[in-house]
Design a protein around this ligand. Structure first.
Ligand code: ATP
Ligand code: FE
Length: 353
C-alpha cells in the first residue's frame, strides 16, 4: 500500500509517501520545509507565524512529495495526517489540507497521533516486532513506554516538568547559541570539559521512571552568571564546558531511568530498546543507550537523525499501521492540541478534547 503523510504540528512543514508491504516499508519521498529562519529573531517558535507558514507551504510540499515518489494521487491508498498533539494552528492546517485531499479524491483519511509517529519510527526503519521498550525524547515530550501494539502504548514514566529538547533549546538561548538548541549545544560541547562544572541530576535517587529537567536550565543560568561575575564575560571555552556538562547531565538522567525501565519491564522474548524523537539525534545519548542495551543483551534501535526529528514519513507509516487495521477516520476528524499517547479515543469534532 502507498500512504501519503502530512505533518505540521510544530515548526516543520512536511509531506512524504511511504510504501508498506508485508516485507517492510520503503520511504519513497520525505520532504521537510523547516521554519527555523522565520522564528530565529523571536528566540522560539511563534504559533501564529508557524500556522501561516504551514498553510502557505503544505500544498507545495504535498506536490513535491508525490513528484519525488513518482506516485500520483490515484495510486495512493490513504492520506494520513498529524491530528495532534501540537500547536493548534499548524495541526489545523494539516488536517484541513488532508481533508480537502480526501474529499476530492475519495481516499480514506487517517488521523495520526504525532507521538505515535515518533514511537513507531523504529518499526519503519528496522521492522522490529512488538512489544518493545521505547524512550521517546523530543522537544515537547519525554516518556518511557512499552509499545504493545501500533495503538497501545503503556507509559512507565516520564518528565514531570520540561522535556529534554526544551532544556536543550533553553540552554542554547541562555548561552546565546542558535536554535534549535540540540544540535548547537551538541556541537559546542565537543570542545568542552564536562567535569569542570557540576550540574544537578534531579530525581535520580528516587525509584521509578519519572524524570525532571527544569532544575537543569536554572543551574545552567546560575553557572553562566557566576562565570560572568567572576571573569567579566563568557569565553568560548566556558560555553563549551557548560554545554558539555549540561549534555552529560541529560544523558545521565535519561540513561539511568532507561536502565530502570529495562530492569523492570524488559520483554523476555527478542528484547529491544528503541529511542525516537528529536533528542534521540544526540550522539552521546545514543552511545550511552547503546552501551546500556548491550549490557542487557538487548537489541538497540535508533533511527537515523532525519527520522528522529519531525518528518512526515513517520506519519505516513503510522497511518499505514492504522490503515492495515481498518482504522480510518472521516471528515469529522478534529485537530487536538493535547492528545496523550495512552488516549486511544479518535479525534472527533465536538468531542471537547
Ligand atoms: P514533540 O514531538 O514533543 O511534539 P517537536 O516535534 O518539536 O516536539 P522534535 O522535532 O521531535 O520535537 O524534536 C525537536 C527537539 O529535538 C528540539 O528541542 C531540538 O533542540 C532537539 N534536538 C534536535 N537535535 C538534537 C541533538 N542533536 N541533540 C539534542 N537535542 C536535539
Ligand atoms: Fe515531534
Amino acid at each position: 500500500i502507498h500512504i501519503l503523510g502530512l505533518e505540521s504540528s510544530c515548526d516543520d512543514t512536511a509531506a512524504a509517501v511511504v510504501r508498506v508491504e508485508d516485507r517492510g516499508a520503503t520511504i519513497l519521498s520525505n520532504i521537510v520545509f523547516g521554519q527555523t529562519d522565520l522564528h530565529a529573531e523571536f528566540g522560539g517558535v511563534v504559533p501564529e507565524i508557524a500556522a501561516r507558514a504551514h498553510a502557505e507551504k503544505l500544498d507545495h510540499c504535498v506536490e513535491e512529495a508525490l513528484e519525488t515518489a513518482d506516485v500520483s494521487l490515484k495510486h495512493l491508498n490513504a492520506v494520513a495526517v498529524t491530528a495532534g498533539p501540537g500547536l493548534i494552528g499548524g495541526v489545523l492546517s494539516g488536517v484541513m489540507t488532508a481533508k480537502a485531499l480526501a474529499a476530492t479524491t475519495g481516499l480514506p483519511l487517517i488521523g495520526v497521533n504525532h507521538l505515535a509517529g515518533h514511537a513507531l519510527t523504529p518499526r519503519l526503519t528496522d521492522g522490529i516486532a512488538f512489544p518493545y521498550l521505547m524512550l521517546l525524547v523530543s522537544g515537547g515530550h519525554c516518556q518511557l513506554l512499552i509499545a504493545h501494539t501500533h495503538d497501545r502504548f503503556e507509559r512507565l514514566g516520564g518528565t514531570i516538568d520540561d522535556a529534554p529538547g526544551e532544556a536543550f533549546d533553553k540552554t542554547a538561548r541562555i548561552l546565546g547559541l542558535p536554535q534549535p538548541g540540540g544540535p548547537s549545544v551538541e556541537k559546542t560541547a565537543r570542545d568542552g570539559n564536562a567535569s569542570r562544572l557540576r550540574l544537578p541530576r534531579p530525581l535520580l535517587d528516587r525509584p521509578g521512571c519519572d524524570m525532571s529537567f527544569s532544575g537543569l536550565k536554572t543551574a545552567v543560568l546560575r553557572q553562566r552568571d557566576a562565570l560572568i561575575a567572576e571573569q567579566g564575560g563568557l569565553r568560548r571555552s566556558d560555553r563549551a564546558d557548560i554545554c558539555a556538562a549540561f549534555q552529560e547531565a541529560v544523558r545521565d538522567i535519561l540513561t539511568e531511568k532507561t536502565r530502570r525501565a529495562l530492569d523492570l519491564y524488559l520483554p523476555q522474548e527478542n528484547p529491544a530498546l528503541a529511542v525516537a524523537g528529536g533528542v534521540a539525534a544526540n550522539g552521546p545519548l545514543r552511545a550511552a543507550l547503546e552501551a546500556l542495551a548491550a549490557e542487557h543483551e538487548t537489541a538497540f534501535i535508533a533511527p537515523p537523525q532525519a527520522l528522529c526529528t519531525d518528518n512526515a514519513a513517520m506519519i505516513a507509516f503510522a497511518g499505514a499501521e492504522r490503515f492495515r487495521h481498518g482504522q480510518t477516520d472521516d471528515l469529522t476528524l478534529a485537530a487536538r492540541p493535547r492528545w496523550p499517547l495512552d488516549d486511544r479515543a479518535p479525534a472527533m469534532i465536538g468531542s471537547g478534547k
